[in-house]
Design a protein around this ligand. Sequence first.
Ligand code: SF4
Ligand code: SF4
Length: 254
Amino acid sequence: MPIHEKSLIRPENLKTHENIAIDGVDVSGHWSTFIETRVVSDYNENLEQEIAAFPGGDKIHRCFQCGSCTNACTINAIEPRFNPRYWIYLIRMGMEQELLRDKDIIWQCVSCHKCTNICPRSVEPEGVMKATALWLEDKGHVPKSPSHIFDEEFSRQVIGRGKIEDTEVLHSFLVKTKQPIFQDWLVDIMWGIAKRLPVKWGLKTAFAQLFKPRTHGWNKAKIAIEDYIHEEKEARQKKLAASSAADKFLGAAE
Ligand code: SF4
Ligand code: SF4
C-alpha cells in the first residue's frame, strides 16, 4: 500500500528492507518501505481548547479531515510542509510537540481564504491558521511575526479613529519591523501611484498624516471595541492558565 503524504514522515521513521520475501513473494526495496511504530506520550489535552479560544479558531472541532483545505491552499502549492489539514489533526489530537516542528512556517498563511471557501464543514481553516499563529506567539514559542505586527498597526488605527490611512500603516509597519522606508520596490509603486492620481489625493494624504482625522461620533464604538478585546483577552488568558495548571497537576501525579 502506498504511503500517503510521505513528506510528513521523518526520514528516520521510514524503514526500507533491501531483501525481504513475504509468503514467498519478493517485496524487496521500494515495496517494503514501512513506517516505524512509535509511542507518543507528551499530549497536551487542552491544545484544541487553547487554540479555539483565539479569534478564528472556534470552529476547529468541526473538521473531518477531508484535506480540501490543503489541496486548495496557495502556500501549500509552493511549500508542501504548509499543511492546514495536518496541523488541525495534530491540534485536535493534542500533539503539541509535533505541531512545534512547523512553528516557523505556520504564520505564512496569506489569508487568501481559498481553504475557507472550499471547506465542506465550515471550519474556516484560515481563521484556525491565524489562531494557531497567535497561540504560538502567546505561548512564547515564536517571536511576533511581521504579519502580526502589520495587523496590530492596522487595528490600532481602525480602533483609535474609525478609519485607516494606508501610507501611515505602511510607514509604521516598516519602522516597527526595522525595514528601510525607501526600498526600491516601494518607491516604484509610490511613484506609479503618484503619477496616476490627482494632486487632490496627495494633499488629502498629507492632511491625514498631519491631523489624523477620526470618523464622526467614533468614541462610543471605540470604547465598545476596546471592552470586547479586553474581555476576549481575559477569557483566553484564563484558558491558558487553566491548561498550564492541569499540565502541572498531571506532571506532579506522574
Ligand atoms: S477542508 Fe475543512 S473539513 Fe476538510 S480537512 Fe480542511 S478544515 Fe477539515
Ligand atoms: S487562507 Fe491561508 S491556509 Fe487558507 S488557502 Fe490561503 S494561504 Fe492556505
